[in-house]
Design a protein around this ligand. Structure first.
Ligand code: PHB
Length: 397
């Protein structure tokens, strides 16, 4: 192939992944190293979780740019698919990435129902998969696999931290309000376990179908529940609406609202005064000081013009994890055993603070207690230190 046409082909491939960053990359000498490595990014780019998907994708591309567009010595092309947070469309979206697009590694997704199609394909076909958000516990419990890693959290982890912190404050009875799907159910379990660890109890779980936002019938029931506090799992557009409706219903002063940190993460500006004072628990927050976080936040702001949030951190770390795995195999994405061993042995230099993964491939991480103040989720303490998901039922093949 003549040099010029190879060059313009690469330019096209990189353009999609990196936007304006192609000029620097093309100056790199090693353009002839192996075939382009396609990584499938299956994320929500529309619907209630659209901003979450965009943050993950932008931060993934940011780390790839730091690697001059390569992983394991191979030029990477990112192929994006909008999964719409729709579980019904998940199998065909995965098939599209692995079939027509010939992706050799997968990154996705946000929604706990949708991620199951990715986990199934990664297990059956031994394709490397990094989950940059979805907390579905099965992915790192019963359905754990050498090929599947998470850069994020299990649904149980932040909610467990919140329950534990609430019980430590003296709360005795609490309720959980959430969407009726895996993330809602599993976060309720974590919250209940956390409360029980401190002698308190979860007395009621109220749900509505995902991604509905008609919260009024649920809010009307809360004062009658005789609880001391209300915890919740909502995220993205739904979280904005819930926090506003909770305040508008006049509940803020009667029943303190708390939750998994997603309730106020990346959405504080839109929630405005309604979010002031809400305490949440998460593996990230404002006020975490380390050089990696400072550099990451500045670089992310420069490329996106947005402030980094936990979703961006998870996208960035997904890229770090995949790059560590592929470096160990010189870009051979089919050498799953070696990729797996490299990620298991690694200390990931995350903006949240360095972490390792548990035996079932989920981050072991501190869950911070945060309070929303003046547009920030300020860290005010530790909810649960170095917390690992129990990993129940995981048997690595
Ligand atoms: C999930 O479905 O697992 C999920 C979605 C959004 C979040 C957190 C968890 O912010």
């Amino acid at each position: 192939m003549p040099a010029m046409s190879r060059r313009s082909m690469l330019e096209g491939a990189l353009g999609g992944a990196l936007g304006g960053a192609t000029a620097t990359l093309l100056a790199a000498p090693a353009i002839a190293q192996g075939a382009t490595l396609k990584i499938g990014l299956m994320l929500p780019f529309s619907g209630t979780f659209a901003a979450l998907g965009e943050a993950i994708a932008a931060a993934f591309a940011l780390y790839l740019k730091e690697l001059d567009g390569k992983m394991g010595g191979r030029i990477v092309e990112l192929v994006r698919v909008d999964d719409e947070s729709d579980p019904a469309k998940a199998p065909s979206n995965v098939n599209r990435l692995l079939g027509r697009e010939k992706a050799e590694a997968l990154v996705g997704t946000v929604h706990s129902g949708v991620v199951m199609a990715l986990v199934q394909a990664a297990r059956e076909q031994q394709i490397p998969l990094i989950i940059p958000n979805a907390g579905n516990v099965a992915a790192t419990r019963d359905l754990c696999s050498p090929s599947v890693f998470r850069s994020s959290f299990s649904n149980w982890q932040p909610a467990y931290g919140m329950g534990k912190a609430l019980a430590a404050k003296g709360v005795k009875k609490a309720a959980w309000v959430t969407w009726e799907y895996a993330a809602g159910k599993e976060s309720a379990e974590g919250f209940g376990d956390g409360l029980r660890s401190g002698g308190a109890e979860l007395t009621k779980v109220l749900t509505l179908p995902f991604p509905e936002t008609n919260f009024q019938p649920l809010l009307a029931q809360l004062p009658g529940l005789k609880v001391d506090a209300v915890g919740s799992f909502f995220a993205g557009g739904g979280a904005i609406q819930f926090v506003k409706d909770y305040a508008a219903a006049g509940l803020r002063d009667k029943l303190p609202l708390c939750g998994s940190g997603f309730l106020t993460e990346g959405v504080l500006k839109a929630q405005g005064a309604a979010a002031e004072g809400i305490q949440t628990a998460l593996h990230y927050g404002d006020g975490i000081e380390n050089p990696k976080n400072t550099a990451f936040r500045a670089a992310y702001k420069t490329v996106t013009n947005r402030d980094a949030d936990v979703y961006a951190v998870q996208g960035y770390d997904a890229a770090q994890m995949l790059a560590i795995g592929l470096a160990a195999t010189k870009g051979d994405a089919s050498a799953v055993k070696d990729i797996s061993a490299a990620i298991r042995a690694a200390k990931i230099d995350s903006p949240r603070g360095a972490f390792t993964v548990s035996a079932s491939h989920n981050p072991v991480q501190t869950i911070w207690l945060r309070e929303a103040k003046n547009g920030e989720n300020r860290v005010i303490g530790v909810a649960a230190e170095s917390l690992a998901d129990p990993g129940t039922g995981c048997k690595m093949a």
